[in-house]
Design a binder for this molecule. Structure first.
Ligand SMILES: [Zn+2]
Ligand SMILES: [Zn+2]
Length: 885
């Protein structure tokens, strides 16, 4: 067998199955589309489930793919062994009611022996116990020796998932040689040791399980095969495990260079190298598919992996953020098969750097605190409160804390931790006030069986329809009387139901003389619109009544303006900031548009005005806003912006500014929301704020139309009121008046300063009593009342010094901080006689709990205890006599 690189192996496999009439599908996103049962794609067939169940029609009955996968149940074991990894790729060929066992086995055999050139002596095949059909194909048609065939039981060779389609499997094993074996005499395929590696699993879906293990043969049988790309690479490259495979090893080498360590040097650093190598692979791909770090769901998995990798970087002695550098190697090794990684390189690196930097700020203090907690706990269990503090304050995912504790043989009180997290969530939920979202938890059940509501579209502000049912207190009823709070379901409506970040419409539903006032409109997962409100006029409304639904038109038009503004804003942001900008959420109502997007720093004033100007230019250009339904592939060709992780059907609605045929449309988005017909309807657009929502996510709030006018009027009225306060006749004088006021204020400050110095000097004049004679000098002392400044003190001693060259002065007072300030000065002759202002003030300050000093003729000091100030000053004569000659 020839040594083959991982990237070439992938290509060989896909080309081979293309030559057998298969359609090559690109790897689906790691984020499951329209499948809430999965957090992340974990198998090659996972994105194809709906083709197998018949829910969707496959693009061809034979397809082949290489699928990115992430498995997370064993995260804490990754690194500790060389076997576990979170990221891998799965090769597969699939038949949807097309070929079956005969072709699947023959092609698998051809690929192994002819394309890969594997030695048939090394290959072993297992079949399900009583699957004689498969056994015969392998032995009689493909010539596999009976000594290389094994029959295995249900747990190994039968694929089944509760009720539904299921069937036997056949697995292909590679014999790596006796040196990998356990040496036991009964060592054979299925043994726990490393000798026989299973690398390809062929599933023959031929039965339907009714849920009670009664199997009936399916009319149309499917093939689903899976072969781990990394495992195949191990065989083709003659290496032991995934970390030795060429592309993976190159990633590890990059980490080794940064850390300055070698692999296989010592077990501890090997663990860290493997952890980082695996985690940087999975996180790079996750971010490339649009997962962002957060504390829930996939975002939590991503955060946990990044932080675990960051911690292992610390263990290797790397004391700076480094993962975003390694990410470049991951992208380089994978860009041929996954060009989107290269396109998003800057973005992916930014997300990683950002997350790493924010964790770096707290990781050291967190680790320190944790080791203290571990010490205090003295083994056993860490409290939930401690774990919560680590998570909340230091960003330690609970699983990371658990893992570090496990290394010390400890556990954590997870129940207490979970309830603390729940409490915190409840608090923030209460703070958010989520109107209406909880209102109809069981609406999907109550409305089951009702048809999808037909929405008349944004062009119609009213529509006629019929009441299909009325819901009161969660039950379907026939009639709602005047005053009753109820929810109406119509067959057709003019109301837009809250979705895609756009609020629901309000308005009225009328039947004859009865009026039902709608306060919100939402919809169930099945597309049934729920008009919530109250009968406000007439007798009441009955199921079956012919009605007219009419939305509040002024409000709806304002919402439409703001939704179109959201699209223009996104397009302008990508032009000004770069294509890393992706929508991270939006909220559009009649008042404003709130748009969240990925970006890593606060926007500058220049960027904000550039964005605002770009949006307004598009408004003033008066471009038509077109809304067109088309197949999703056509929409993608137009470059329509789709949302990460959003589910789209085959036919989508494209909203763009300008004609579809224009080459350089300003904005093209997939969107089901309500929009104006021409950008000019927006009037103007004004950004009112820009802020941070989460790491790497910014938020802009903006207004259009009447909203801009309101902002203008608010500002004008603020200026007018200010002008009135300043007694100005017109706002045009505001700036000049404000500038002159500031000047005046400055002048007055100066004057106040001067006056207070004069006042202090005056006080000082009267403060000094009679001079005391100490040796050949005259000593003047004073304790000042009230608050004094250091400057005033200095001024006082200087002027007192002028009484004569034989004078020594010491003054003290309490300053504006409430502590003591002291100043001393000595005349020329006094200095000659041995007096020293610095020593005097220092010794005096010591008495009041302070320190200081300075030159012989002038010095300052501070002290902390105002109560001792009189003592300090009274000691002056003694201190002075001690220093005189
Ligand atoms: Zn064995
Ligand atoms: Zn939209």
């Amino acid at each position: 067998m020839e040594w083959t690189g991982l990237n070439e192996l992938r290509e060989k496999y896909l080309t081979f199955f293309e030559s057998k009439g298969h359609l090559r599908l690109p790897s689906a996103s790691l984020i499951p589309q329209g499948d809430k049962s999965l957090l992340l794609i974990n198998a090659g067939m996972a994105p194809l489930k709906k083709y197998f169940t018949g829910e969707l029609t496959p693009p061809r009955t034979r397809v082949t793919s290489c699928q990115k996968c992430i498995r997370t149940p064993d995260i804490e074991r990754v690194g500790k062994t060389a076997r576990h990894g979170t990221y891998f790729e799965m090769l597969g060929n699939f038949s949807f009611g097309d070929y079956f066992k005969r072709e699947a086995t023959a092609w698998a055999w051809e690929f192994c022996t002819k394309v890969m050139g594997m030695d048939t002596d090394k290959l072993y095949v297992s079949v399900y116990l009583d699957d004689d059909e498969a056994y015969d194909i392998w032995t009689k048609e493909l010539g596999v020796a009976e000594s290389h065939m094994v029959r295995l039981g249900k747990e190994d060779n039968f694929w089944e998932h509760g009720a539904g389609p299921c069937g036997p499997c056949s697995e292909i094993y590679y014999d790596r040689g006796p040196q990998y074996g356990c040496g036991k005499p009964d060592c054979k395929v299925g043994c726990d040791c490393d000798r026989y590696v299973e690398f390809w699993n062929l599933v023959f879906t031929q039965f339907e399980n009714d849920g009670n293990n009664n199997y009936t043969r399916l009319k149309s049988c499917n093939i689903d095969t899976g072969m781990g790309l990394e495992r195949l690479a191990c065989i083709a490259q003659g290496v032991d495990n995934l970390f030795e495979v060429d592309t993976v090893q190159n990633i590890m080498r990059h980490i080794m260079r940064i850390a300055g360590v070698q692999y296989h040097e010592n077990e501890k650093s090997d663990v860290s190298l493997r952890v980082i190598t695996d985690h940087i692979r999975s996180t790079t791909f996750m971010i490339g598919d649009g997962v962002m770090p957060s504390n829930e769901g996939r975002g939590y998995v991503l955060r946990r992996l990044l932080r675990r990798a960051a911690r292992h970087g610390r263990l290797l002695g790397i004391d700076r953020p480094f993962l975003s550098e390694v990410c470049a190697t991951v992208i380089h090794e994978n860009e041929t098969a996954y060009p989107n990684l290269k396109e998003k390189q800057g973005f992916i690196e930014n997300v990683i750097r950002n997350e790493e930097e924010s964790f770096a700020k707290t990781i050291d203090s967190g680790l320190q605190l944790l080791s203290q907690m571990i010490e205090n706990a003295g083994g056993g269990m860490l409290s939930g409160a401690d774990a919560f503090m680590l998570s909340d304050t230091f960003g330690f995912p609970i699983d990371l804390t658990k893992e570090i504790l496990e290394e010390k043989g400890m556990t954590v009180d997870e129940d207490a931790f979970t309830s603390l997290v729940a409490e915190q969530r409840a608090r923030s939920r209460a703070a958010r006030k989520d109107a209406g979202a909880e209102a109809w938890k069981n609406a999907g059940v109550v409305t089951k069986g009702l048809p999808k509501t037909e929405y008349a579209g944004e062009a119609a502000f009213d529509a006629s329809g019929e009441v299909l049912t009325i819901i009161i207190d969660g039950e379907r009823v026939e009639y709602a009387e005047n005053g009753a709070e109820a929810t109406l379901v119509l067959d057709r409506t003019a109301f837009y139901a809250e979705s895609g970040g756009q609020v629901g419409d309000v308005g009225t539903i009328t039947a004859g003389g009865a009026v039902f006032t709608v306060t919100n409109c939402t919809k169930t997962n099945d597309g049934v619109f729920l008009h919530a409100g109250k009968v406000t006029a007439g007798d009441g409304i009955a199921a079956g009544a012919a009605v007219t639904s009419a939305v509040d038109e002024a409000r709806k038009r304002a919402i439409m303006r703001n939704h179109t503004a959201a699209h223009l804003l996104q397009a302008a942001l990508r032009r000004v900031l770069g294509t890393h900008v992706e929508q991270a959420g939006q909220y559009v109502n009649e008042k404003a548009v709130r748009f969240d997007f990925t970006h890593f720093s606060a926007m500058t004033a220049d960027e904000l005005s550039a964005v605002e100007a770009a949006v307004n230019a598009e408004i003033l250009r008066g471009e038509a806003v077109t809304k067109t339904e088309m197949p999703i592939d056509d929409a993608k060709k137009l470059g329509a912006m789709a949302l990460f992780g959003e589910k789209y059907g085959d036919v989508v609605r494209v909203v763009c500014t300008g004609a579809l045929s224009d080459a350089d449309k300003f904005s093209v988005e997939l969107c089901g929301g309500s929009h104006v017909d021409n950008t000019a309807s927006l009037g103007l657009f004004k950004i009112v704020s820009e802020s941070s929502v989460a790491a790497g996510v910014r938020r802009i709030e903006g207004v259009t139309g009447q909203g801009v006018l309101d902002v203008l009027n608010d500002n004008l009225s603020l200026m007018q009121r200010t002008a009135a306060v300043m007694k100005l006749g017109n706002v045009g004088e505001l700036e000049r008046r404000a500038a002159s006021l500031m000047d005046e204020l400055k002048q007055k400050d100066k004057e106040i300063e001067k006056l207070s110095a004069e006042l202090s000097a005056l006080k000082a004049g009267s403060a000094f009593g009679e001079a005391q004679t100490v040796g050949a000098v005259r000593l003047f002392t004073a304790v000042l009342d009230g608050t004094v400044t250091a400057d005033a003190l200095r001024g006082m001693v200087d002027s007192a010094k002028e009484k004569g060259d034989d004078v020594v002065v010491l003054v003290g007072g309490v300053n504006e901080k409430g502590t003591v300030s002291l100043a001393a000065a000595c005349g020329k002759d006094a200095v000659k006689a041995g007096a020293h202002a610095g020593t005097l003030v220092r010794e005096a300050a010591k008495i009041a709990g302070g320190a200081g000093g300075g030159k012989p003729d002038s010095a300052m000091a501070g002290a902390k205890e105002p109560a001792k100030l009189p003592d300090a000053i009274a000691a002056a004569a003694d201190i002075l006599s001690g220093m005189l000659k």
